[in-house]
Design a protein around this ligand. Structure first.
Ligand SMILES: O=C[C@H](O)COP(=O)(O)O
Length: 257
């Protein structure tokens, strides 16, 4: 992680649809007092919508951020089954994951809907964590960089210089998600560097240095240290390993350095 620009590292759990109410409560009780201060390492948990309001209450005295896994692009209206960005902000959610690979694969999300969601989140004061995936893995394996650049640019269309500071990008190679095989630190750095170069091109080099870039895909306490020590990687987005509170706390400690 770069020391020059003070990007606070971010350790973000993504529970997907894996926990029940009692398990959520137990996990939060275990980690609440043990995570680092937010100005040292930011920690967050992305969870199903039905748990978010309780989690906000249960983490009120803790630095742990409660994160939504998805959001709709309209603030209100007739969109049965969707979650309004306005409602998320109203209950105290700060961050929202947008464009996760599983959303794109199973729920037909496209670069265009990802962009609509990013702008809706920003409009409501939410901070998007944008997933960039498939094409980046191609680049990490030394193929064509153009699709990756296009995916980043599409997600950020219409996002202003002032708004970009509220964006986090998460690079997740599809083959690494849930496979037990993480990208090498070198591959992850190469992709993160490409994302930062793209941000420099879209905005400016100095702005690109202020945006956090996470790596996700089979991260665990054994591989996190090398991945997080890469100059363009500012944290991790963790599925399976972060279902366990001890592993989550270990990852937060690793990020602290
Ligand atoms: O959002 C998290 C990613 O999908 C990574 O999941 P994983 O750590 O289980 O590979």
């Amino acid at each position: 992680m770069s020391q020059s620009f003070h990007r606070v590292p971010f350790v973000l759990a993504n529970w997907k649809i894996n926990k029940l109410q009692g398990e959520v409560k137990d996990f939060i009780e275990k980690v609440n007092d043990k995570v680092p201060a937010a100005d040292v390492v930011e920690t967050g948990i992305a969870a199903q919508d039905i748990f978010l309001a309780d989690m906000i209450r249960e983490t009120a005295q803790s630095p742990v951020q409660v994160v939504a896994e998805n959001v709709h692009w309209e603030d209100s209206g007739a969109f049965t089954g969707e979650t309004s960005p306005r409602a998320l902000a109203d209950i105290g959610v700060n961050y929202v994951l947008i464009g996760h690979f599983e959303r794109r694969k199973f729920f037909n999300e496209t670069d265009s809907t990802v962009n609509l969601k990013v702008t809706a989140a920003l409009r409501n004061g939410l901070k998007p964590i944008i997933d960039i995936d498939e094409d980046m893995s191609a680049y990490a394996q030394f193929m064509d960089a153009e699709p990756a650049v296009a995916q980043v640019a599409a997600a950020l269309a219409g996002v202003s210089v002032d708004q970009i500071r509220n964006i986090t990008i998460a690079y997740e190679p599809t083959w690494a998600i849930g496979s037990g095989e993480a990208a090498s630190a070198e591959q992850a750095q190469k992709a993160a560097h490409l994302i930062r170069q793209t941000l420099a091109h879209l905005y400016s080099p100095s702005i690109s240095e202020k945006v956090r870039i996470l790596y996700g895909g089979s991260v665990n306490p054994d591989n996190a240290s090398e991945i997080m020590s890469q100059p363009d990687i500012d944290g991790v987005l963790v599925g399976k390993a972060a279902l366990d509170p001890d592993q989550f706390l270990k990852l937060a400690q690793i990020a602290k350095g």
